[in-house]
Design a protein. Sequence first.
Length: 133
Amino acid sequence: MPRWDDEAANDATFWAAEYEIRDEIIGLYRRVWEHTDATISTLAIDAPGYVPWWPADVKLFNIMVHMLSDTTRHAGHADILREQLDGATGMSAKSTALEEHDSAFWEDRRAKIEQAARAADPPGGSSHVGGLG
């Protein structure tokens, strides 16, 4: 995984590019899942942990709760619907993650993701080998 302090590399991990094939994406998910299961099975719930971008060391329990919260927020794109209703982004109604970047940044991001989606499944043709569709 790219270093978290490399914003461009970090951003690229949050969507599938046109060259990524389904089996690679699912394989990565399974490896992370297996590593997570092994970590939870091996360590005590109050084992200390370190997350480089968090301000302080945390317990395994706190990381598990954070991941559960993140997963439930984003599963099924429910987060997109909530954002359209209340305009908030991030962890709370007071979050303003979209304000961290200007409109040009978000338009460029949308264009990259749209380009990857179109390349993976071109209109009028069969799905690209690397596509998710």
